[in-house]
Design a binder for this molecule. Structure first.
Ligand code: OSB
Ligand code: MG
Length: 369
């Protein structure tokens, strides 16, 4: 791959609805679209997923641009690559900063697939024609709002509902929801809001026939999660705890979880995501694709990744219109009957909607090679 230049587009997009979790509210998304252009004029696109404050992981929008311009892109300039898989090794001298690495790596995967005239799905080894989709519903102001959101998601065919919980917003909330929807597939996500001191509450969650509970404890609590998984019957799914294949190995060895949420940004890119997928498949641990409230480019990458066979549970990859008035790709990502059709065109298989992208652009930086 002979890269000619990289264009970093900084965008600001307002979500249709503020997204509330146990640690805060997101309404405006500040992020980068990474455009990598090669000497033959092929373009690959990646999207950064870090938020403006470090509440989900330690990365932010500012650390992303710092890493990209001061370290990651300079390293890429110094090394010739023939396949995106080689990037992990090249970027390895830079510790962590997985979201910044993943944004750059994603663009190069897209570029590679476009050059080969294959879909990103093919490049990654995905086989499914359709992927099943669930919806993640943030904490709502009232119970009525929550029930309405669930109702609408079910009407739109979403295959499972994920509810955000936190202390004081858990057992009672599930009692209400289960009274109205006794049989629907529900899971909950605590975003690390509990500790083992909350065991009595966490045990009660077993009464609600939940598909799983996502990240109940702190991100470093592998041993505590294992203790919890020993005590409750609801499967634990890890999100914030998993930054690499090694974290997955540890979690499986200790019995900290029975399901893994894969987000390519959190684990440093698509190459590491595939490794985790394959390892989990071998160990009979189902995985699903998480979401970071992505715009179209990141969403397209998620769709391709989720088409690998061990992504056997519906992911948090709702359609574009669930998040945005206007997305930056065309066509937008559409959910029909709870499924997304995996595109077959070259690369991510969606085109940039340049008019929309320009409308959301705050600044632009060109880096020549
Ligand atoms: O914990 O999975 C999470 C959104 C932002 C940060 C963390 C999480 C989430 C979601 C929403 O649950 C996923 C999505 O719809 O993109
Ligand atoms: Mg989560």
């Amino acid at each position: 791959l002979s890269i000619d230049k990289i264009i970093l587009h900084r965008l600001n997009m307002r979500l249709k609805h503020p997204f509330v979790t146990s640690f805060g509210t997101t309404q405006d998304k500040d992020f980068f679209i990474i455009e990598v252009i090669d000497e033959d004029g092929y373009c690959g696109y990646g999207e950064s997923v870090a938020f403006d404050a470090p509440w989900y992981t330690e990365e932010t929008v500012k650390t992303t641009i710092h890493m990209l311009t001061d370290f990651l892109i300079p390293l890429l300039k110094k090394n010739h690559i023939t396949h995106p898989r080689e990037l992990v090794e090249i970027l390895n001298p830079i510790r962590r900063n997985h979201m910044a690495k993943a944004a750059l790596e994603g663009a190069i995967w897209d570029l590679y697939a476009k050059r080969e005239n294959i879909s990103l799905q093919q490049a990654l080894g995905g086989e499914k024609t359709f992927i099943d989709v669930g919806m993640s519903i943030g904490i709502q102001p009232t119970m009525i709002d929550l029930l309405n959101k669930i109702e609408r998601a079910l009407e739109d065919g979403y295959k499972r509902i994920k509810l955000k919980i936190k202390p004081g917003h858990d057992v009672q909330l599930l009692r209400h929801v289960r009274r109205h929807f006794p049989n629907i597939p529900i899971m909950v996500d605590a975003n690390s809001a509990y500790t083992l001191d909350d065991l009595p509450i966490l045990k009660q969650l077993d009464d609600f026939d939940l598909m799983m509970i996502e990240q109940p404890l702190q991100q470093d609590d592998f041993i505590e999660h294992a203790k919890l998984q020993d005590t409750i019957s609801t499967p634990i799914c890890l999100d914030e705890s998993i930054h690499s294949l090694n974290d997955v190995k540890l979690a499986i060895k200790l019995g900290s979880c029975k399901v893994i949420n894969i987000k390519s940004g959190r684990v440093g890119g698509l190459t590491e995501s595939i490794k985790i997928h394959d390892y989990c498949q071998k160990h009979h641990i189902p995985v699903w694709c998480g979401g970071m409230l992505e715009a179209g480019v990141g969403r397209a990458h998620n769709v391709a990744l989720a088409s690998l066979t061990n992504f056997s549970l519906p992911g948090d990859t709702a359609g574009s219109s669930h998040y945005w008035e206007t997305d930056i790709i065309t066509p937008e990502v559409v959910v029909k009957d709870g499924k997304i059709k995996v595109p077959t065109g070259a690369g991510i298989g969606y085109a940039i909607d340049w008019e929309a992208l320009r409308q959301f652009t705050v600044s632009k930086q060109i880096i020549d090679f």
